[in-house]
Design a protein around this ligand. Structure first.
Ligand code: RIB
Ligand code: CA
Length: 317
């Protein structure tokens, strides 16, 4: 029996964070040591409530720790109307009110540091949200991070796919200073940006397959993803299907053979004010002669990716 991979999931649910959570918690390949939250899609109160609701509904218990309520330097200016997750952050499904799960007394970076110290194996940190907690963790515990983090697997950034502006993606620009700390840390980073997430789209058949699982988790996911598809297309772009951005950063940890195309390159994060502030400026031409600090993923095996999500969802209640 393969040893389970110890992971921490840092997230801001969000519909695609929900898929990432189900994929990770239902996978026999991962040992999810803790779940941490950061203000991103929604303010802290909502992302914590959404995280606890997802765990409770799926019949899973883990320590859920709240982290940064705003970026390191920049203001947090998101409103309820922003983004494509609705007012609650998980529009499309009513979770039961009788949720007994409570957020941890400990803060996110305390929990992360504790997991790193106590784990025999180096830990993989999966990030599906703005990187404020990660910037704080690296600044507070630089040696511990260098010694006990195997890699960061992040949903963030973009190389050649342009959604709004070149090199611009929400998780990496919202707290650009934190992103810069991570990208300059020297710790291995695998980046699942829009290049791969907008090539890995679900459609109605996937929603139908979730429903056909016949369990609570499949029903909840099918309801939420039906709504997310509508909200996403209304907010951003209609490509005939809908991305589940965050799940890509989990799938590649569970099964790296899912990665069809990736490339190591130098990625820089400008933070001075201006058009590219917070961009993931990817040197895909390899002209900079600067060190390759990121593995950028461009393509996943779609069929096996969605099959993996269904297996995890089927393993939960
Ligand atoms: O740009 C996509 C990312 O922003 C995803 O993590 C989504 O949940 C939002 O946080
Ligand atoms: Ca997210």
């Amino acid at each position: 029996m393969e040893k389970k991979i110890p992971v921490i999931l840092d997230c801001d649910p969000g519909h695609d964070d929900m898929v990432a959570l189900v994929l990770a918690l239902g996978s026999s390949a991962l040992d999810v040591k803790a779940v941490t939250n950061v203000a991103g899609n929604k303010r802290m109160e909502k992302v914590v409530k959404n995280t606890l609701n997802i765990l409770h509904y799926c019949g899973v218990e883990r320590e859920v720790a709240a982290g940064a309520e705003r970026p390191l330097v920049r203001a947090y200016t998101r409103t309820d109307a922003d983004g494509c997750h609705g007012v609650s952050g998980l529009d499309g499904f009513e979770f039961p009110k009788d949720n007994s799960l409570k957020v941890s007394e400990r803060k996110a970076i305390e929990v992360m540091a504790d997991v790193l110290r106590s784990s025999e194996e180096p830990v993989t940190i999966i990030c599906t949200a703005p990187l404020t907690n990660i910037g704080l963790l690296i600044r507070a515990f630089p040696e511990l991070c260098r010694k006990k983090i195997k890699q960061f697997s992040i949903m963030g950034g973009t190389c050649q796919f342009v959604l709004t502006k070149p090199f611009m993606e929400f998780n990496t620009f919202l707290d650009a200073e934190a992103t810069k700390i991570l990208f300059e840390s020297g710790i291995p980073i695998t980046m699942y940006g829009y290049d791969v997430t907008y090539r890995t789209l679900f459609g109605q058949s996937f929603i139908d397959r979730l429903l056909a699982l016949g369990n609570k988790t499949g029903y909840m996911m099918s309801s939420l993803l039906k709504e997310f598809w509508v909200l996403h297309n209304r907010t951003w772009i209609d490509l005939g299907g809908c991305p589940v951005h965050d799940a890509c950063a989990v799938a590649g940890v569970i099964d790296p053979s899912l990665i069809v195309k990736s490339e190591k390159m130098h990625v820089e994060i400008p933070t001075e004010s201006g058009y590219l502030s917070g961009a993931t400026v990817c040197d895909y031409a390899h002209r900079s002669e600067l060190p390759d600090n990121v593995t950028v993923v461009f393509e996943l095996n779609q069929d096996r990716f969605f099959d993996l999500i269904l297996v995890s969802a089927g393993n939960l209640t």
